[in-house]
Design a binder for this molecule. Structure first.
Ligand code: SF4
Length: 273
C-alpha cells in the first residue's frame, strides 16, 4: 500500500482504530529507511461533549510520539459546526439526520486538507466490522454506485486523481473486537466513548452493526464472508459504473454523479442562511 517516499496523512479521531493505525504507521516508518513520518489530521465537527475529548486523546498521543498534528474545524471551513447545522435543519423540518451531513462534510475536509498538507496518501482506520456495516447499509438502501466506488482494486481515472487523494484502509481485514484487544495489550491510550448521534438518531447503522454482531455469535466467520462478498460485488459493479459519464460540480469543479452540484456544495448552500 505504501512507498517510503509517500507523505502519509492519517485521519485520527482519537478512538481505538485511528490510534492503532497511527501507532503502526509510526513503527513502520521508524523501520523503513528514508520514510517520511506520518502526519495526523483530526476533523472537529463540533459535536458537543464528545469530539473535543476524543481529539484531546489524539493530541496527547501525537505529542508523545512527536507527530505533526492538524485539527480542522467544520466551523472554520463551512462556517457552521455540526450542532449549528442540525439546529438549522430542524427548523426547516428537513428529514435528514446528523450523520448524513457529518459524513459529506468530513469526507471532503479530510480529502482537501490532506492535499493542502502535501499528502500523497490518506490512511483511514476503518476496520473489518465498519466495512461490513457499510456494505450491508449500502445493500439495504440499494446504493450500488457506493459499493462500486469502494472497490479497493479499482483503477482511478485522471479526472478523479486530480481532485482526490489516494485513500488506504490498512485495518480493513481486522475485526473491531481484535483491535480492542490489541490496544489493551499494547496499553495504547484512546478515547473509548462513541459519538452520541450514533444511537440518538433513528438511523439503521447501529441496528445493522448489532445484527452483524448477533450473527457472529453463531457464525464467527460472518464478517469475512461479508467482506469477501463486498470485494467480489464491488468488482462487478465497478465495471458496470465505470462506463457512466461523470459531471463536474458547477461550484467547486469536483467530479460528481449529480446533475450540477456535488453533495458537498449542495449542502453548503442549504446551510448558508
Ligand atoms: S456517528 Fe454520525 S454524527 Fe457522529 S461522527 Fe459519525 S457520522 Fe458524524
Amino acid at each position: 500500500m505504501l512507498k517510503p517516499s509517500d507523505k502519509i496523512i492519517v485521519g485520527v479521531s482519537g478512538g481505538k482504530d485511528s490510534i492503532t493505525l497511527l501507532y503502526n504507521l509510526i513503527k513502520i516508518q521508524q523501520k523503513t529507511h528514508g520514510a517520511n513520518p506520518p502526519i495526523a489530521l483530526s476533523i472537529d465537527e463540533g459535536i458537543a461533549n464528545y469530539r473535543k475529548k476524543s481529539i484531546y486523546e489524539a493530541q496527547k498521543f501525537c505529542k508523545k510520539f512527536g507527530i505533526e498534528h492538524h485539527i480542522i474545524l467544520f466551523k472554520e471551513r463551512v462556517g457552521k459546526s455540526l450542532e449549528d447545522i442540525i439546529d438549522i435543519e430542524k427548523v426547516k423540518e428537513n428529514n435528514r439526520y446528523a450523520c448524513n451531513y457529518c459524513a459529506i462534510i468530513r469526507r471532503r475536509l479530510l480529502n482537501d486538507c490532506s492535499l493542502e498538507l502535501g499528502g500523497t496518501i490518506l490512511a483511514l482506520g476503518h476496520n473489518l466490522t465498519d466495512f461490513c456495516e457499510t456494505f450491508l447499509m449500502n445493500i439495504l438502501f440499494k446504493r450500488l454506485h457506493l459499493i462500486a466506488r469502494r472497490n479497493p482494486s479499482k483503477k482511478t481515472s485522471s479526472d478523479i486523481k486530480r481532485y482526490y487523494i489516494r485513500k488506504i484502509n490498512p485495518l480493513m481485514k481486522i475485526p473491531e473486537t481484535e483491535i480492542e484487544k490489541y490496544v489493551n495489550l499494547k496499553n495504547l491510550p484512546f478515547y473509548s466513548s462513541h459519538c452520541p448521534y450514533r444511537t440518538q438518531d433513528p438511523i439503521l447503522r447501529k441496528r445493522v452493526l448489532d445484527f452483524i454482531l448477533e450473527c457472529k455469535k453463531f457464525s464467527p466467520e460472518i464478517e469475512y464472508n461479508l467482506f469477501n462478498g463486498f470485494l467480489e460485488l464491488s468488482e462487478i459493479l465497478n465495471k458496470e459504473f465505470k462506463s457512466k459519464k461523470l459531471n463536474f460540480c458547477s461550484i467547486c469543479g469536483y467530479p460528481t454523479s449529480n446533475e450540477s452540484l456535488c453533495n458537498y456544495c449542495n449542502l453548503k448552500q442549504k446551510i448558508t442562511i
